[in-house]
Design a protein around this ligand. Sequence first.
Ligand SMILES: Nc1ncnc2c1ncn2[C@@H]1O[C@H](COP(=O)(O)OP(=O)(O)OP(=O)(O)O)[C@@H](O)[C@H]1O
Ligand SMILES: [Mg+2]
Length: 296
Amino acid sequence: MPLSPEEEEAIRREFEASRKSGHEEKAADQGPQFFEQSPKSNIQHVVGVVSGKGGVGKSLVCGMLAVELKRRGYRVGILDADLTGPSIPKMFGLSGVHATAWDNLLMPSETVGGIKIMSANLVLENETDPVIWRGPVVAGALQQFWSQCAWGDLDFLLIDMPPGTSDVALTVFQSLPIEGIVIVSTPQDLVQMVVGKAVKMAAMMDIPVFGIVENMSYVECPDCGKRIEPFGPSKLAETAELYGIDVLGRLPMTGDFARMCDCGAIETALPEDLLPDAVLKIETVAAFFDDANSTD
Ligand SMILES: Nc1ncnc2c1ncn2[C@@H]1O[C@H](COP(=O)(O)OP(=O)(O)OP(=O)(O)O)[C@@H](O)[C@H]1O
Ligand SMILES: [Mg+2]
C-alpha cells in the first residue's frame, strides 16, 4: 500500500532528525569502531535484514529484496554478515566460487544478474568448513568485508545479519552506516517475543526500523487457493502494533521458495513483485537521504 502524504512527512521528519544527530556524529563519536568505506567503494544506502531468532527466512527475504531492487534498476550488493552460517552464495548459485583479491582489496563475487556478494563462504577454502573464529576475528572479517572490499558503485548494500542480537549484530549496528532495518519473523508467539529484542536493540543503537515481514505466514492450497495458517492466525498486525512498527508484507510457506534457495536459482525463479511495500519503504527512505544530501 503506498504511503500517505502524512506518513511520508512523518518519515521525512524522523529521518531528518536521525540524519542530523546520526551518522556523522556516530562516526566521530565512535572513532575506530566506525568502519570506513574502501577507496574502491561508493555505497549510497545500507539496509540490514534481521530477525530475533534463527531459521525464520531472513536470508531468503534479504535475497528477495536484493533481486527486487536489482530488477528495478538499482546497483545492489549483499554483505553476508552471518559469518558462521552463510547462506547467500548458495542461494545465488555461487556455491564453490571463491572471491578474488586485487590491489590488496577483496573483490565481491557477482551473480548472473549482477548482484555483488561478499560472504565468509567465498573466502573459505571449502564451503563446508566450519567458521570457528572468536569475537575479534569475526569483527575483523566484517571490517574486511566493508573496508577492504572493492564494492564499486552501489545504490544499495543489503546486510544479511546473523540471527538474534549477538556480538556480530552489535558490531554491524555500531560500525556500518545502516539506514534502517527490515525485521523478519514467523507467526509463533516465541517469535513475537524475539522480535521485541530486535526492535529494542535497534532503538538502543539509534537505528530506524523500516518494518516487519512475516515469513511462512500461510500455506496456499494448490487446489482451491485457500490460505491455511499452519502456525495459527497471523500475528503480524498484532506484533507491528505492539512495537509500533510498519507491516511490510507476508510471505507464504512454499516448496518453490525452498527449492529456489537449494538450487541457487533465486534470481531467475523468483516471482515478480513479492514484497512491494518493503521495497517501497527502502526506496522512499533512500530518496529522503538523497534529497537531504543534495541540499546540504
Ligand atoms: N517461505 C518459505 N517457504 C519455504 N521454505 C522457506 C521459506 N522461508 C525460508 N524457507 C527455507 O527455510 C530455510 C531457512 O531459511 P533462511 O536460511 O532464509 O532462514 P534464516 O533466518 O536466514 O536462517 P539462519 O538464522 O540460519 O540464518 C531455508 O532452507 C529456506 O529455503
Ligand atoms: Mg540466514
